[in-house]
Design a protein around this ligand. Sequence first.
Ligand SMILES: Nc1ncnc2c1ncn2[C@@H]1O[C@H](COP(=O)(O)OP(=O)(O)OP(=O)(O)O)[C@@H](O)[C@H]1O
Ligand SMILES: Nc1nc2c(ncn2[C@@H]2O[C@H](COP(=O)(O)O)[C@@H](O)[C@H]2O)c(=O)[nH]1
Length: 197
Amino acid sequence: MAATSRGTTPVPPDVRPRLTVLSGPSGVGKSTVVAHMRKEHPEVWLSVSATTRKPRPGEKHGVHYFFVSDEEMDKLIANSELLEWAEFAGNRYGTPRGAVLERLEAGEPVLLEIDLQGARLVRESMSEAQLVFLAPPSWDELVRRLTGRGTEAPEVIERRLAAAKIELAAEAEFDTTLVNTSVEDVARELLALMKVV
Ligand SMILES: Nc1ncnc2c1ncn2[C@@H]1O[C@H](COP(=O)(O)OP(=O)(O)OP(=O)(O)O)[C@@H](O)[C@H]1O
Ligand SMILES: Nc1nc2c(ncn2[C@@H]2O[C@H](COP(=O)(O)O)[C@@H](O)[C@H]2O)c(=O)[nH]1
C-alpha cells in the first residue's frame, strides 16, 4: 500500500465500491484533494450538500453548496430529503438524498465529503459505503492550514479545532486513513480506492 495510507480494510478486487465517504477534520484538505482529483477525473460525482452556513467569497450556490435558510433546512429534514445531516460548528449541513441515489443507480462513482457524524449515519444506512478518513500530518500542521485558509473568525476556528479533536479520535471507525502530506499522492490513492483508475 502507498506510503500515506494506514489501516486499510482490503476490498475484494471484483467489488467496485459504489459510494465513498471522505471525512476528516476541518482544514485537513478534503476540498483541495477532491478538487485536484476531479480536475483529472470529472467522472467522479461529488454530492453538493445543503448548508445553513453563509457562502465564503467565491463560493457559488449549486456548485460548492446549496446555501439554504434555517427554514429551508427544516423542510428538507422534515420531508426526508436528506440522506444524512448534522450540525457542525454552529451550522447545519446535509446530503440531498435523491441525487445520490440517482447516480448510484446509474452506476457512477459517488463521493460524499462530509463530517464524522454524517459518515456514521451513512455507515448505518448504507453498509456498502467505504469510509475514508483524511488525517493531517500533525496537529500543528492542521492548525496552520485551518488558520492559514483565512476564511473563519478566531472563535469559529476554535469550534472547528474542538470538533477536530473528536474527529481525530474516531479515525479507527474508518475503513482507510490517508494522511494528507501531498495533495497529488492522496488524490491518486483516493482514485485507486474508488477503483476509478
Ligand atoms: N497537502 C497539503 N499541504 C499543504 N496545504 C494544504 C494541503 N492540502 C490542503 N492544504 C491547504 O489547507 C487549507 C485547508 O484545505 P481545505 O479547505 O481543502 O480543507 P477542508 O478539509 O476541505 O476543510 P473544511 O472541512 O473546513 O471544508 C487550504 O488553504 C489548502 O490550500
Ligand atoms: N454531515 C455533513 N457534513 C458536511 C456536509 N457537507 C459538508 N460537511 C462537512 O462540514 C464541515 C464544514 O464544512 P465547511 O465547508 O463549512 O468548511 C466539513 O467537515 C465538511 O466536510 C454534509 O452534507 N453533511
